[in-house]
Write a protein that binds this ligand. Structure first.
Ligand code: FSO
Ligand code: SF4
Length: 549
């Protein structure tokens, strides 16, 4: 088994025997086979696009299928086989359409590769899998490192693109590039410089994907406003919704309206409470339960209702709670109930609702506790004048963006300590699930503004970028001259995409941890540190001092 796509890699360089995430060698191999088939599908999709053939179904499918191969999304051989079969069926159809126009079209070998569905898909996947960085010859290591960076980054961008599509927001240039990136993996003639350009282009396209998603969310649910979210459950039947998918959360709210069920968010759905139209339409969207994804085995066991996982990060469930756990969309696990989507993309949530009504729900009041969310770009820029004046008058010395993914490694306590040590005249902006290490701390106020502001989900890195651009304009300086430091934590492929976006924007001095990606070769890291001063985190004291000097 070969996988090195996330930060959790078992031995520091990759997972060899079994995924540290719980992914089996069989699932890993079938996902490798799926990616191989998608590379062939993309080669044909690009030719089809060049011949004005409609590829929309293939575009959306490619994004969803890539999403399913990301860390902590899908652990089911049968789901991955179904995606692979669909990739081949779509490819056959699209190829026939091209050949009906241009019968002489020549295809690369990968566009004709068809697995034998009667034989072991896992064995066929092992044969076509990309290798480990450590297995590549010295002369090819840096190009291979960048190929992996492009593949993992495009998986992250594809997941945001899929969410944006669900909300009616699409852009042909994004779909075109998803296929170009996958097709580039078929091209052995590309140079190191070509791969650097492609990696930065992934960042550029991911910025557009995050923008589309931001537009989808804000058009459907309004711009987020600062909103207090209860952390204490209230008595009554309950459903917990995990993942990132706010459209599915809305569908669950719609289907539970008028029942006695209270809906709670988990993990990366916490920011959903900040969207005013969602809150106003569905008063039974009540509070938030639990913390970051790696604590879900404890949180899910304790939750006395049904649980629906809409996206990553799903951990292998314990038997003690798997009967109340449901998955949708690209998420799957063999023993869990999967709720298939109808033509509208929305599943019938009746089985989860029935389970919630059969379970006891919360039976007691708990002491009130809350956090405030909703500091996305519109809310922060609404007080831009106050912010700018506070900086000019020396009341605010520095901004720190401390965000990204959480995870189980002990080195992640760096981020908690960092925030605790940030001086009182500085503001902490945060986003994604890394915030759960400090999200309920009361950091007080500075210049009348909260010292801790939650910008939202990982895709709301778009908000952080808009805020940084607006501040840079207000001070008439380059973003890199702002009193702003980015202290990021990464875990999976969405974080790779976001990092590439920040590098595409020319943002320097990013500090990344808790460890550097195993798929980044020493030379590629040297290149990133030379051009962008990208650096690994050290200690909170040392990094804080360096940022404030
Ligand atoms: Fe976290 Fe998981 Fe949002 Fe990731 S829940 S780790 S970067 O999937 O996407 O921040
Ligand atoms: Fe290992 Fe991460 Fe791959 Fe899972 S996704 S097998 S933890 S490298």
């Amino acid at each position: 088994m070969f996988c090195e796509q996330c930060e959790q890699t078992a031995s520091g360089d990759g997972c060899h025997q079994f995924g540290a995430c719980g992914k089996s060698p069989q699932v890993n191999a079938v996902q490798d086979l799926l990616v191989h088939c998608l590379r062939g599908l993309s080669a044909i999709a690009l030719t089809a696009k060049a011949n004005q053939i409609d590829t929309h179904e293939v575009d959306v499918f490619t994004c969803e299928a890539l999403f399913a191969t990301m860390t902590n999304v899908n652990f089911s051989v049968s789901h991955c086989e179904a995606y692979t079969r669909q990739a081949i069926a779509l490819r056959t159809d699209l190829r026939a359409q091209v050949e009906a126009l241009r019968s002489e079209t020549e295809w690369p070998a990968i566009a004709s590769f068809t697995p034998s569905f009667d034989a072991s898909l896992a064995e066929q996947g092992e044969e076509v899998a990309l290798k480990f960085l450590s297995q590549v010859g010295e002369d090819a290591v840096d190009i291979f490192s960048l190929k992996l960076t492009v593949l993992y980054g495009i998986k992250g961008a594809a997941s945001y693109t899929f969410h944006a599509y669900e909300l009616g927001q699409e852009d042909e240039q994004v779909y075109q590039f998803v296929h170009e990136a996958l097709n580039a993996l078929n091209d052995e003639s590309l140079t190191l410089a070509d791969w650097v350009d492609l990696a930065l282009k992934v960042g550029e396209i991911n910025l557009r994907s995050m923008e589309l998603l931001d537009t989808g969310h804000t058009q459907a649910y309004g711009h987020p406003v600062p909103t207090s979210v209860p952390l204490n459950p209230r008595p009554g039947k309950a459903i917990l919704v995990s993942g990132h998918d706010i459209r599915q959360l809305e569908a669950i709210l719609k289907q539970t309206a008028g029942t006695e069920i209270t809906v709670y968010t988990h993990g990366e759905l916490l920011p959903a409470h900040g969207y005013p139209l969602l809150k106003a339409t569905y008063p039974h969207l009540y509070g938030h339960y639990g913390t970051a994804w790696q604590n879900q085995t404890k949180d899910f066991l304790r939750f006395p209702g049904a649980i629906i996982v809409t996206t990553n990060c799903l951990m292998p469930p314990h038997d003690t709670y798997s009967d109340k756990l449901f998955t949708v969309g690209p998420v799957g696990y063999p023993q869990l109930s999967f709720l298939p989507a109808s033509d509208t993309g929305i599943p019938d949530y009746a089985p989860a609702i029935a389970k919630a009504l059969a379970l006891p729900g919360f039976t007691e009041e708990a002491p009130p506790r809350s956090v405030t969310v909703g500091f996305a770009h519109n809310a922060v820029l609404g007080v831009a004048e106050t912010v700018v004046n506070a900086v000019k008058q020396g009341q605010i010395r520095h901004f720190f963006l401390v965000g990204g993914c959480d995870g189980a490694k002990p080195g992640r306590s760096y981020y908690t300590e960092f925030v605790e040590k940030v001086p009182a005249d500085c503001v902490v902006l945060t986003l994604a699930c890394g915030k759960f290490r400090f999200f309920d701390q009361d950091l007080g106020k500075v210049a009348g503004l909260p010292r801790l502001m939650d910008l939202g989900q990982c895709n709301d890195a778009y908000s952080a970028i808009q805020i940084a651009i607006a501040l840079a304009n207000a001070f008439a300086v380059d973003i890199n001259e702002l009193p702003l430091s980015m202290i990021l934590s990464w875990y999976e492929q969405k974080a790779v995409a976001v990092l590439l976006t920040l590098l595409h924007l020319g943002i320097k001095n990013i500090r990344l941890g808790p460890t550097l990606p195993a798929f980044i070769s020493p030379n590629v890291f040297k290149l990133l540190s030379t051009h962008y001063q990208l650096q690994a985190i050290t200690t909170p004291e040392r990094d804080l001092a360096a940022c404030l000097c």
